[in-house]
Design a protein around this ligand. Structure first.
Ligand SMILES: [Zn+2]
Ligand SMILES: [Zn+2]
Length: 405
């Protein structure tokens, strides 16, 4: 371990000791004040206040007024630029926590941990403001606070359009991982999340009496065939696509065959090529199943996001530095590719990226507290792990990318 590394580690430990309460306080405030994707006004205001108060000049997105923040820290020495992204939106979900920081807005909850991501990147800003220059790095660190991550194509598109990646040599991101214990960080080269699209299939028939289904098109039976048949067909065609329906809407009376049934679902794929042809593959499979049913159908297909692609070189730099951290000791593990999606994918298509999984599970909890669930919560020690991970990774990249060029 170099003297330089020891200095960074000591500085992080010293900063955390005097600022842990304010970082935890910020996370709890954000948790109690969740805002819907694209309407993160109070959240953005709080981020701007935090950053302005420590000497940053944050810029709020123009195309999504009042939401999303870009801020750059400059070491004063020429060198590369490393970006670090946090997402800031909450979800339409009921917060079922019994804690002082539970959501104060019924039907909205920070159930995806974006409150933690935001607090970690604000903490990074705080650390840079106090210790950044004493460590004498080269280059810049750009902090990105992205709105509307839970939508497609997501706020990343506007962030990029407004210069988030201009001059950026590498980008870092992390996401809470409730299946991994606090203190662990998951890394993986190549795809680390999946592509996710959305589809609505509308089935249309003449309707009729349930006494005489043979005289009409039994649309509920057709829907059943489709619900079972589409995932099976995609699987057996080895398309790499997984289709799962999440909503079935149709019919009302027990003795009336409906004229319309609507099926809504998601289509996921692990690889980028499969994502390019996903719509055509689904359309062909649907046409095949529907051919003999006599029902009309329409497919409304919304392209979502591609898989997040981690750059092997950036991942290796991050893996090396995180394996050397002693205080707090991080356990680095090989992360599996998840079936979830993240709009971080858009950045990872444009600049070399490393997206990390941050263990948030408290080992004393009897169950994992899964994402997008009202009981989701984190072991707040993960905030320190997250800060140490992004700061160590960013400083190491500034160093490595500089010596590379
Ligand atoms: Zn989410
Ligand atoms: Zn998320």
């Amino acid at each position: 371990m170099s003297a330089e590394r020891r200095t960074l580690e000591q500085a992080l430990a010293a900063w955390w000791e005097s600022h842990a309460d304010s970082v935890i306080g910020l996370r709890r405030w954000l948790h109690a004040h969740p805002e819907r994707s694209g309407a993160e006004y109070e959240t953005t205001g709080r981020i701007v206040d935090e950053l302005t108060g420590i000497g940053f000049a944050p810029v709020v997105l123009r195309s999504r007024p009042g939401t999303g923040v870009i801020a750059t820290w400059d070491s004063g020495n020429p060198g590369p630029t490393v970006a670090v992204r946090a997402d800031i939106d909450a979800l339409g979900a009921f917060d079922l926590l019994d804690t002082p920081y539970r959501s104060r807005t019924t039907g909205l909850a920070h159930a995806c941990g974006h409150d933690a991501h935001t607090s970690i990147v604000v903490a990074l800003a705080g650390f840079l403001a106090v210790y950044g220059k004493t460590l004498q790095p080269k280059g810049r660190i750009r902090l990105l606070f992205e709105p509307a991550e839970e939508t497609v194509p997501g706020g990343a598109v506007e962030m990029i359009a407004e210069g988030a990646l201009d001059g950026v040599d590498a980008i870092l991101g992390l996401h809470c991982d409730p299946k991994s214990d606090v203190g662990s960080v998951g890394l993986r080269s190549g795809p680390i999340s999946a592509a996710a699209d959305q589809m609505t299939v509308e089935l249309i028939g003449p309707g009729g009496h349930t006494a005489r289904p043979e005289e009409t098109v039994d649309l509920v039976s057709v829907a059943a065939r489709l619900i079972l048949g589409l995932p099976e067909r995609l699987h057996s065609a080895q398309s790499g696509l997984a289709a799962v329906f999440g909503a079935v809407l149709g019919g009302d009376a027990p003795n009336v065959i409906p004229t319309r049934v609507e099926l809504r679902g998601s289509v996921r794929t692990a690889d980028a090529d499969g994502w390019e042809s996903a719509k055509t593959t689904v359309q062909d499979a649907l046409a095949n199943i529907m051919e003999s049913t006599g029902a009309d159908w329409e497919l409304d297909y919304t392209r979502g996001v591609p898989p997040v692609m981690n750059d092997p070189h950036v991942v290796e730099v991050v893996r090396t530095v995180l394996s050397e951290v002693k205080d707090p000791k991080l356990s680095v593990f090989e992360a599996p590719q998840s079936a979830g999606a993240d709009t971080f994918a858009w950045y990872s298509r444009m600049v070399p990226a490393c997206y990390m999984r941050l263990g948030t599970h408290d080992p004393s909890w009897p169950h994992h507290r899964d994402l997008h669930h009202g009981h989701f919560d984190i072991d707040e020690r993960a905030l320190q792990t997250g800060l140490v991970a992004v700061a160590s990774a960013a400083f190491s990249l500034l160093d490595t990318l500089r010596t590379k060029t």
